[in-house]
Design a protein around this ligand. Structure first.
Ligand SMILES: Cc1ncc(COP(=O)(O)O)c(C=O)c1O
Length: 424
């Protein structure tokens, strides 16, 4: 274990007021050890693998499962191999490589899955982890157990859950039925509401067709990558859970999802990743369409944290000139700090004395850095764009082209001294 589960059931006052609801809760799964509900499944899967004496694990999936698996494998002292599709949320990617895992990159998720499967059966022989593995799924039931307990051994009227493979929603329903059978609950009346992205809604579409069979989606396009499962392996179970519980399912547009991320952050202080915020977008849709009674008790499961996909912030601050500018500056700071040899020397030359292009070129030559004059001007433009130098003055000398002198900015001074320290 890494201390997963036991997450907070957050009573929402401001969001409830906004939607005109009396009793709204968020099951805040962002506070799990690796930032998503997936840890609930991983802990059981990894424990069983250890019990069976296996030495390594292998998976071919994006995002939260990979990020969770590498952490739990590290904790358990198991080897771990991950095949990631090229399109992966950046936060999850950083999380995954932090454990110095053995990683391969594949073209897309199907390819990643096949590669991982082949590795697990041939060369690598690690236990193949998928979100439909039985032990993994059993771990996910605990979300339901906790909701019941946290609501005083009762159920809300609706539980809203994002659906990718469909596993989590199905297992929440299974957990409720088990608690009812064991006598912990007096009734099992709760509507299970599933949310998907409009860019990949195979479970919603099957429900709308009145079908049990999933027709895989061919083309996917959405901001909520982690719930993009073209052919969801637990889709039929999710359909059954929604039907049995007399619930519903909705496909949400990216713009609705981004709005939901923003509402959740601004009104409740919870920064969620887009896939997770679909439950808030779904709730808003139910309210707008008058499909929910204001006295109903609702639990939205917010499955993963916003840092997994920090770029979503760009969408949230659109229109705020001040924050957009700040973001640009910080991004430049972050990504522009690795200076090449020539730029470093240019900064050093300018730090000694305000200089212009030709003079800098001469000084570079003296330092043994051989570059053509146009490339000096290119470096100056790039350093200016990165906010490391600014023009201090311009001067017309006889019939020669105008000379532009440069000096370091405050940021330029900091970056230069850091780079020099690194050089040493
Ligand atoms: C943040 C997040 N929410 C929801 C889901 C969907 O869960 P499931 O695949 O069990 O339907 C995932 C799946 O990885 C996820 O990472």
């Amino acid at each position: 274990t890494l201390g997963e589960g036991g997450t907070f059931l957050h009573r929402c006052e401001r969001l409830a007021q906004k939607f005109g609801l009396r009793d709204l809760y968020i099951k805040d799964e962002t506070s799990n050890p690796t930032g998503s509900f997936i840890d609930r499944g991983t802990t059981v899967e990894i424990s069983k693998i250890r019990e069976q004496g296996r030495k390594s694990v292998c998976c071919g999936l994006t995002g939260n499962l990979a990020a969770s698996l590498v952490a739990y494998a590290a904790r358990a002292g198991l080897g771990c191999k991950v095949v990631l599709p090229q399109r992966v949320d950046i936060g999850k990617f950083y999380q995954t490589i932090a454990y110095e895992t053995d990683i391969e990159i594949a073209k897309d998720s199907k390819d990643a899955c096949w590669k991982a499967y082949r590795l697990s059966t041939q060369d690598y022989m690690g236990h193949f982890v998928m979100p439909y593995n039985l032990y993994f799924l059993e771990g996910e039931k605990t979300t339901a157990y906790e909701i019941c307990e946290q609501l005083g051994w009762s159920l809300p009227d609706k539980i809203i859950v994002p659906m990718g493979s469909g596993g989590h929603l199905s297992m929440i329903w299974k957990g409720i039925k088990e608690f009812y059978e064991m006598g912990f609950l007096k009734q099992k009346t709760v509507e299970m509401v599933g949310t998907q992205s409009k860019g990949c809604p195979p479970i919603v579409e099957a429900l709308q067709r009145g079908d049990d069979k999933i027709i895989p989606v061919n083309k996917i396009s959405t901001i909520a990558i982690d719930i993009c499962v073209e052919d969801p392996p637990c889709g039929s179970m999710a359909i059954q859970a929604i039907r049995e519980s007399k619930g519903t399912a909705m496909p949400l547009l990216d713009r609705e999802i981004i709005h939901a991320v923003s509402l959740l952050a601004k009104l409740e202080g919870i920064f969620a990743e887009p896939a997770a915020a679909t439950t808030i977008a779904g709730l808003k849709r139910l309210v707008d369409e008058g499909r929910i009674d204001h006295s109903e008790k609702v639990v939205c499961v917010v499955t993963g944290m916003g840092l997994k996909y920090p770029e979503v912030t760009k969408n949230l601050i659109k229109g705020s000139k001040k924050l957009e500018k700040l973001l640009r500056l910080v991004e430049k700071r972050k990504y522009g700090i690795a200076l090449g040899e020539t730029k470093l020397r240019v900064l050093q030359i300018i730090s000694r004395k305000e200089s212009y292009g030709y003079e800098i070129w001469r000084a570079l030559e003296d330092l043994g850095v051989k570059v053509k004059i146009p490339s000096v001007y290119q470096h100056l433009t790039e350093l200016e764009d990165a906010d490391l130098i600014i023009r201090s003055k311009s001067e017309q000398v006889l019939k020669k082209p105008e000379r532009h002198y440069y000096k370091l900015t405050e940021r330029g001074r900091v970056v230069l001294s850091r780079s020099e320290a690194l050089e040493e």
